[in-house]
Design a protein around this ligand. Structure first.
Ligand code: FAD
Length: 453
């Protein structure tokens, strides 16, 4: 093949961008060349780095700067504000590209099957995260009227949600939060935040650094009940074999034995409390029922039959993210992922020719941004192996202009990588008079206009 290898990547989050990077670092990139087009449904790239990572984590948000170096490469084009399959279908992509990589990540909340989840005041963490991170497709207001709030789950997303609920609006003002989020947080009445985990300190999925960070806020008093510190053989083995789990457990132990201070917002970390029902009155959340659990020797827990009702005005379910099935691709309901082998999409036991997956849509919604890099490398290695062995299909219209013509004919109002620079500059300009690095532009139309200006 004398022309460059043409690859489409659907989803410009970290996994998609790392896949593009791996393609351009490959031997094929030197000769005969690789050209990559990224299709992204949002007007801006970066996926959950922009719309998931908490605003008070500027260091993590800063990964965007490193990803710039990838997207700056002339062999990569960005087509933002383009949705698969509404704006471009799999057949369309096949007409233009030798291979298609899907890296569409995860956006929704995993279901929590307990009574009361439908009550007013029971919220999915993903929806709240989308609100405070200024996602264009969610409502602009968020009801923060409850003074006592529960967060269900003991992972980093639960910590993010609890921390944002417990911090003052002014603590978050130096970040990139948009004006509507600042106003919303100013009205927040939460004074007590209760985080619930059904297992123990050794089983918590927090990152040690994220956990310790809770204690850095002058408005948050972190409280752990000494009775919630318990280990069995399984827990001890976990701590021995997993340094992170051990560090988390040590931090929790230290917090359990110290005196409670007088910072205004109390953040309780409860363990061995399994949420069994969200309690309601007149359709609204008024509390949470939990069952006390106990370790069974293996690190798992069993119910003790001892129940407790907590008086709370809102419940945030942070029990995991969920990916959307992708039309025309096989789907594994049990794992919520596209079935694959080494990133090759598998349908009825066969590789769906020229079709690949990477990132959270492949592995499930677990792991940090850095983990998507290894994943992308593996997928790309297999794609290139298929290329080297003549297993890719041949597209009908591989010329790079063909897809631009197609989108123009379809009247898709797409953004570009140059457009991101304009949006980026517009957000920085918004922040400048307030001495802030940036203020996020929220509305899709405003994002499009800033990108196009
Ligand atoms: C709330 C939260 C906080 C987090 N905080 C951290 C943190 O502090 N540090 C850390 O290292 N990791 C953090 N993570 C994890 C990190 O975000 C993920 O590891 C990473 O984003 C997964 O990358 P991805 O590219 O697979 O998916 P995503 O980041 O979800 O990217 C997928 C992209 O595909 C696009 N897309 C989806 N569907 C379509 C479609 N149909 N057509 C076109 N485009 C589509 C999406 O808009 C998105 O841009 C956090 C995750 C969450 C949920």
């Amino acid at each position: 093949m004398s022309r460059p290898l043409r690859v489409a990547i659907v989803g410009a989050g970290p996994a998609g961008i790392y896949a593009a990077d791996a393609l351009l670092k490959s031997e094929v990139a030197a000769e005969p060349g690789v050209s990559v087009d990224l299709f992204e449904r949002m007007p801006a790239p970066f996926g959950l780095i922009r719309y998931g990572v908490a605003p008070d984590h500027p260091r993590i948000k800063g990964i965007i700067t490193a990803l710039h170096q990838v997207l700056d490469k002339p062999q990569i084009r960005l087509f933002g504000n383009v949705d698969y399959p509404n704006d471009i279908t799999l057949d369309d992509l096949r007409a233009f590209y030798d291979a298609v990589v899907f890296s569409t990540g995860a956006t929704a909340d995993r279901a929590l099957p307990i009574p009361g989840v439908e009550l007013d005041g029971s919220y999915g963490a993903a929806d709240f995260v989308s609100w405070y991170d200024g996602h264009p497709d969610v409502p602009r207001t968020w009801p923060l009227t409850a003074d006592k709030v529960a967060v269900l789950g003991v992972g980093n997303v639960a910590l993010d949600v609890a921390r944002i609920l417990a911090k003052t609006a002014d603590e978050l003002l130096p970040t990139e939060i948009p004006a509507n989020v600042y106003e919303g947080l100013k009205a927040n009445r939460a004074k007590e935040i209760h985080v619930f985990g059904r297992r123990g300190p050794a089983q918590a999925k927090f990152s040690p650094m994220e956990l310790r960070e809770l204690d850095h806020s002058p408005s948050i008093e972190v409280i752990v009940d000494p009775e919630d510190i318990d280990y069995d053989e399984g827990s001890i083995a976990t701590r021995r074999g997993n340094k992170q789990a051990d560090m988390v457990a040590k931090t929790l132990e230290n917090w359990a034995i110290r005196d409670v201070g007088d910072r205004p917002h109390k953040l309780f970390l409860h363990f061995f409390e399994s949420p069994v029902e969200i309690l309601g009155e007149d359709g609204k959340v008024v509390g949470l029922r939990t069952e006390r659990t106990a370790l069974d020797g293996t690190g798992n827990v069993k119910g003790t039959g001892e129940f407790k009702d907590w008086d709370l005005g809102a419940v945030y379910r942070a029990v995991g993210y969920l990916s959307d099935a992708l039309p025309k691709l096989p789907w594994d309901e049990a794992t919520g992922t596209v079935p694959d082998e080494g990133g090759r999409v598998i349908e009825n036991g066969e590789h769906l020719q020229s079709t690949y997956v990477t990132g959270w849509i492949r592995r499930g919604p677990i792991g940090l941004i850095g983990h998507t890099k290894g994943d992308a490398n593996e997928t790309v290695a297999n794609l290139l192996d298929d290329h080297a062995n003549g297993r890719l299909h041949t597209p009908a219209s591989p010329a790079p202009e063909a897809v631009e013509d197609f989108l123009a004919q379809r009247r898709v109002r797409y953004t570009t990588w140059d457009g991101w620079y304009r949006l980026d500059a517009a957000e920085k300009a918004l922040g400048e008079p307030q001495g802030r690095e940036r203020v996020k532009i929220v509305e899709r139309e405003d994002m499009l206009r800033a990108s196009e200006a």
